[in-house]
Design a protein around this ligand. Sequence first.
Ligand SMILES: Nc1ncnc2c1ncn2[C@@H]1O[C@H](COP(=O)(O)OP(=O)(O)O)[C@@H](O)[C@H]1O
Ligand SMILES: [Mg+2]
Length: 249
Amino acid sequence: MRIEIEDLHKSFGSLRVFDGLNLTVEQGEICVILGRSGQGKSVLLKHLVGLLRPDKGAIRIDGTDIVPLPEKQLYPYRMRFGMIFQNAGLLHSLNVGENVALPLLEVRNRSYKATMRKVAEKLRAVDLEGKENQLVTTLSGGQQKRVAIARALLQDADCLLFDEPTAGLDPLISQTVDEIIVQVNRKTGATCIVVTHDLVSTFATATRIHLLDQGRVAASGTPEEIRNSDNETVRKFLARAMTATRDEG
Ligand SMILES: Nc1ncnc2c1ncn2[C@@H]1O[C@H](COP(=O)(O)OP(=O)(O)O)[C@@H](O)[C@H]1O
Ligand SMILES: [Mg+2]
């Protein structure tokens, strides 16, 4: 999936969140969107899946602007995004296979057998082959994240959205989550968008980095370019984030 956000404006009352934001995400990349707390990272993800509408601007998905689309025509685009929630969003009363199958079990006219074949295929993609019958509660945090990703892949999502995937996790588990993101991206070719303020995680995963500041993208570049940038907003963000703890705000 290729995403082009052009001249995005969004305010909540007098609070201006986006003020002419431009951002392009290329097919297959791991795009990390960095920004301090409250800069609109979560709001941006909600615009991608159509849960929020901008006041102005275009969001083109593979060339089609989804902003003017009515809800019904938005649906197929929404299905192409897989949102990985922070706590993985799994149901503990169901086993691994049922958790992955959930989005399809809700759709009628689909055979259980065909669904489970697909489940097996997606579990393979996240290195959880054959774990269908295991209880979710017996899985590690990292494995639960893999199950959540498998579920997103099952509905044929070709863009995975991660909202602060390492927030509140200790460094070791954070590293595992970073590795899972890179691995799934390589294995499935899905475009990944990660919003975070975690620098360690950013440089461990990103193929491209954008820094969100005051309603716009203040800087974009490869990890190397951002690391060596002399852009003042970037320097300030990096300096501040280096001294902050990983899971701060
Ligand atoms: N539905 C909403 N109504 C009003 N204000 C909102 C809404 N959603 C987010 N905001 C505000 O927009 C700003 C950006 O929020 P958010 O995207 O959640 O920031 P973050 O970068 O921390 O994810 C914040 O000031 C937040 O309070
Ligand atoms: Mg947020």
